[in-house]
Design a protein around this ligand. Sequence first.
Ligand SMILES: *[C@@H]1O[C@H](CO)[C@@H](O)[C@H](O)[C@H]1NC(C)=O
Ligand SMILES: *[C@@H]1O[C@H](CO)[C@@H](O)[C@H](O)[C@H]1NC(C)=O
Length: 620
Amino acid sequence: MANATDLPPQTLPIPYDPSASSSSLFDRISTWASENKAVVYTIAGVTVLVSAAGIYYYVNDTTPSKPSPKKKSKKRKGKKDEDASTGATTSRETPPSVSASTGDYELENVDMSEEFITSLSEQERKDYASKLKAAGNKAYGSKDFNRAIELYTKAIDLKQDPIFYSNRAACHQAMGDWEKVVDDTTAALNLDRMYVKALNRRANAYEQLKKYSEALLDYTASCIIEKFQNPTSANKVESLLQIVATEKASAMLETKKARLPSAAFISNYLQSFRPKDLPAGLTETDDIDESSGKGQLRKGLVALRGRSAADYNEASEAFTKSLELDDLGEYEALAHNMRATFLWLLGDTDSAMTHINKSIELDPTMTQSYVKRVSMYLENGDRDGALRDFEAAMEHTPDDPDIWYHRGQFHFLNQELNEAAADYQKSIDLDKDFIYSHIQLGVTQYKQGSIASSMATFRRCIKNFERVPDVYNYYGEILLDQKQFQKAVEQFDTAIDLEKQVHPTGMNVLPLVNKALSKFQWEQNMDEAQELCQKALLLDEECDIAVATMAQLLLTQGNVTEALKYFEKAADLSRTEGEIVNALQYAEATRTQIEVQQKYPQLAEHMRSMGGPMGGAVPY
Ligand SMILES: *[C@@H]1O[C@H](CO)[C@@H](O)[C@H](O)[C@H]1NC(C)=O
Ligand SMILES: *[C@@H]1O[C@H](CO)[C@@H](O)[C@H](O)[C@H]1NC(C)=O
């Protein structure tokens, strides 16, 4: 089965956490926020350790399915044996002569007129049809497809049998006549909706005709009928989801207006650099004309402190304006740096790169520029470029703790935990007041399996950074991961209280989302969990983690229709094309399952018997 690392690179613009892989896309729906968003957030500054992990939604049950009732399996087996595509030689019947003779007629030469057909008894029709089919199989076996089509057509005239249609479809398939494959498999499926071979054959024809959504629907239905035991169709589902999502993403990107990500995301990113005072000459007491380039630059820097979505939008506009004005002087490099930062946040990595290059050209000693360019390189999948910039930055200012912290993040994402821990430690040695190095060190120790060291690190953090809400939030995540629910919720509550006090205008809503997850995992309190997520969305309506978590809570409840809305919203909130494609894959997977449920009510039983919450959701 595919795992997360098998996804084509464009869905994963940044290094992926291979340990977070699960067995199929349907499993991955359940851990989307924790796997996908964690990576994006780590690049943005702070690790989301467990968000949404532990909500387990599955359609793809990997435990062996119960044997189906005897009768059914026999029927299916018979079907398989008689199927043309398995070759006439596997037929259990006595080897048919190409000349399907009844004794009375040379059947293949008989005109199947209505008169002829009505002249036959029921039993005769069945027998003759069966002989014609056998002859058809033989012709198929010797690749005489036109003749096989003729024989199957006569068989169909005598008897409406899904196998005859499906076999004729196999001939059309061999001849590449895809429209006719669709017609015949559809006829077969009208007679037997659960006929997997016909479903797969039609799916393949749809794929050839580039009708990808239709193909996806058929393969998904086929997977569900076979309880995901057939890896070929499961892989088809994955690759078609990718194709459909990529197509939809391109359409979406054409009309999408560039928009900043959630305030939570931006705050995370900005606070991954140590806070700096306003530069000399640009402070609030300096007398600067607001409408000048310098004035706009200062306005933007001041707005960043507000931390709300409105503040970030104001800052973004001010940085753009500052560069349109002409008096920046010594602050031009900083203005390009800030403009690049917001272009990157807006998902326009290419333009961001242009501005960050300009900033580096104007002031090669501003090491933050190299560190920011690392994120841009990583988003383009350029690991070497990223490493080069760390080196360049360290050459200029080896004692800048920001660089060590960010290189720690880089190693962390690449699962190089020892290197990560060493870099965080170095950052701490250079500046013990930068809280995020401590937090990340604690998270890394936890991932390394040093639970005791990790706990000690967090307890030390609480002692030294009593008023920093993030400390409680991430300590809570680790407790939650250990299923210490009560203690975890206490930490999240403290974080929420402190957020309100410390960041009254732009509170970080992640502790609310984490509390929602705890309530769900601990007490299965779905109502409270959903309320907490809604509250987070009221405070930060673009918060992608809250949106993803809502989607997952709804899926666990079996509320697939409502979950779909949230997956679509997540796609809409995504920053880059890769993220949009990724979110749309989940949306499409969800949408397809809804369609399968509606189109194949008889599959309700299959979904239920798989034990997943989907089963309960089927309204039939
Ligand atoms: C920015 O500079 C890097 C390193 O010199 C270079 O590889 C890249 O092509 C430049 N990008 C742009 C958009 O100027
Ligand atoms: C799904 O969730 C929505 C919103 O929470 C709710 O209004 C609706 O009744 C739910 N549907 C089902 C089938 O549970």
